[in-house]
Design a protein around this ligand. Structure first.
Ligand SMILES: *Cc1c(COP(=O)(O)O)cnc(C)c1O
Length: 394
């Protein structure tokens, strides 16, 4: 079903967003926003109930022990809501970082003024279960571990299973930022133990930006009362109001919610998490294979590549300039994403959004055109870049 479903191009000459959210959405999703909703009305309350139920159903077996709390704002608001609500004021968090989002979680802890330690693995090296176990054994004050599922800054899929196993073996609790993974990569309590995770409307569910959601053990939500530093980001308060009245506490992004429900229906029609993940994987394989044929190389070895976004090294050819490459891709209808590595030049191609392998083949062809236009004869990266990559194998 997934391979043959036609993917309509964005309308009115819009480019494809090869960026990991906001991303290219289906026309039906945009169309769902052409109506105004009263936030207190029964119809909208039913939509909120529907949204929460559909998200919980994605957990599979054991979902009944969990609840879903949507909260207004971008993904970072949800990370802050989760940390502020589930970490008691006297708690201490081990933050695992290998990129911008892990570091942002640590910054969030600083703002919260709650105890934390940071394991910073640099630009992309994955935090491993054994080192988590060691840190937890050495520091009995740590109550929670905060992990990033897919670190979108490099595209690495972190080994969340072994991190979870190490965390619970030491009697601690796991919080997960699954922003760019949930909906395409399984995160099921039957297989991976966790206390809570967060994600947002505009990533793998393919909605538009405006809110995110916490999925947490009911017992953890009930126990979180009074922990939060913030009125608007208090997960317990938002949950308690929703349970009682079916409403959001403050003005909800009504149009975004309507669009999200359409996106959830498309997600289910496609075949749920497995099918969504399979489409993204096919997108990734198409773009990785096609660009490697031109000489491009990925930062990560295949084992660590996520189906979400891929980091490529910039070619070493002196004729290559990223800003020119970006413009040439844009004129061909594709918005790509600059890289985030501190040591070598790179760029990223997102594989998520309303697009399939036909689109990705056109991305590959567009890259070849752009290189030809710039007079770049080989897309091979510098020796320095390859040197950097060796660290991952070590
Ligand atoms: C997108 C994303 C976020 C949230 O970013 P916002 O810009 O606040 O939406 C957080 N963590 C990860 C891993 C992400 O990919």
């Amino acid at each position: 079903m997934t391979a043959t479903r036609p993917f309509s191009p964005p309308r009115m000459g819009e480019p494809y967003l090869l960026t990991p959210g906001p991303l290219t959405t289906a026309y039906e999703v945009k169309q769902a926003m052409l109506k105004d909703w009263g936030s207190w009305d029964d119809d909208f309350r039913a939509m909120t109930r529907d949204l929460r139920g559909r998200l919980l159903a994605m957990l599979g077996e054991g979902a009944e022990g969990f609840d879903c709390v949507p909260i207004q704002g971008s993904g970072s608001f949800l990370v802050e809501a989760m940390l502020g609500s589930f970490v008691p004021r006297e708690g201490k968090v081990l933050v695992l970082a290998n990129g911008a989002y892990g570091l942002r979680a640590a910054t969030t802890m600083q703002y919260l003024g709650r105890a934390h330690v940071l394991l910073d693995k640099g630009d992309y090296l994955p935090p491993r279960g054994a080192e988590v176990a060691r840190i937890l054994a050495d520091d009995p004050a740590i109550t929670h571990v905060m992990a990033i599922h897919c670190e979108t800054s490099s595209g690495i899929l972190n080994p969340i299973e072994e991190i979870s196993a190490a965390t619970y073996a030491a009697g601690r609790k796991l919080l997960v930022d699954s922003m760019s993974a949930f909906g395409a990569i399984p995160l099921e309590p039957a297989n991976i133990r966790f206390e809570a995770f967060v994600s947002s409307a505009n990533k793998c569910i393919e909605g538009v930006p405006g809110f995110g959601f916490v999925i947490a053990r009911k017992a953890a939500i009930e126990a979180s009362r009074g922990n939060s530093h913030s009125l608007s980001l208090d997960v317990h308060a938002q949950w308690a109001t929703m349970q009682k009245t079916g409403q959001w506490r403050f003005t909800p992004p009504t149009h975004v919610v309507a669009a999200f429900i359409e996106a959830l229906k498309l997600h289910a029609a496609e075949g749920g998490v497995a099918a969504r993940g399979a489409r993204y994987l096919a997108n990734r394989d198409t773009v990785v294979e096609g660009l490697r044929e031109q000489g491009f190389e990925t930062l990560l070895a295949d084992r660590w590549l996520s189906p979400i976004i891929v980091t490529f090294f910039c070619p070493a050819d002196p004729n290559f300039r990223f800003d020119r490459f970006y413009q040439l891709m844009k004129t061909q209808g594709f918005i790509i994403y600059p890289g985030k590595l501190t040591v070598v030049e790179s760029f990223r191609i997102g594989c998520i959004g309303h697009m399939d392998t036909h689109v990705m083949r056109r991305v590959v062809a567009a890259a070849a055109n752009a290189l030809a236009e710039m007079g770049v004869t080989s897309a091979a990266p510098s020796a320095r870049a390859l040197e950097e990559r060796k660290k991952l194998a070590a």
